[in-house]
Design a protein around this ligand. Structure first.
Ligand code: NI
Length: 162
């Protein structure tokens, strides 16, 4: 298991557009494994490659339903409905904001074997897919939030819980 350093807001890498992946390589396979490890260690439900400093169109998602998902070159091909709820991001630690997203999305991507897949997401999964895909174009949820982000738990209390 290898953990990567999660970049936080202010790091330019989070504001860049990522490049498509043409073929699977050993390096990319390791990157994907490391992204899962890093996401689980940080208790996140999703992580995009630029969050670990790599400008490639790769995201990993696990909303806690025992269904880890890796999406390469993902695109949302259909969406409907609307949900408004709280969102956070490992690159904006301690912050929460209210974001309106589609309630249902269909995402086309390649999996770890570079096979084309379609993932359908509702509710939290739809939100996670939209949030992670935004990262690939340098968009942070702060840009879409309804009003300023808030800090529900002060950092000193977070330290106490560790
Ligand atoms: Ni994020």
């Amino acid at each position: 298991m290898a953990l990567r350093n999660i970049r936080t807001e202010g790091d330019d890498v989070l504001r860049k557009s990522c490049k498509r992946v043409d073929k699977m390589t050993d390096r990319i396979a390791v990157l994907i494994d490391d992204m899962f490890d890093t996401m689980y260690e940080a208790n996140g439900v999703g992580l995009a490659a630029p969050q670990v400093g790599i400008l490639k169109r790769i995201v990993v998602i696990d909303i806690g339903d025992d269904n880890p998902i890796c999406l390469i070159n993902p695109e949302i091909i259909a969406q409907d409905g609307e949900q408004t709820g709280d969102e956070g991001c490992l690159s904006l630690p301690g912050l929460v904001g209210t974001v309106t997203r589609p309630n249902h999305v269909v995402c086309r991507a390649l999996d770890e074997n570079m096979e084309e897949i379609e993932i359908e997401g509702e509710g939290l999964l739809a939100r996670a897919i939209c949030h992670e895909l935004d990262h690939l174009d340098g968009v942070l949820y702060r840009d879409r939030a309804d009003g300023p982000l808030t800090r529900p738990v002060p950092p000193e209390e977070l330290d106490d819980m560790e």
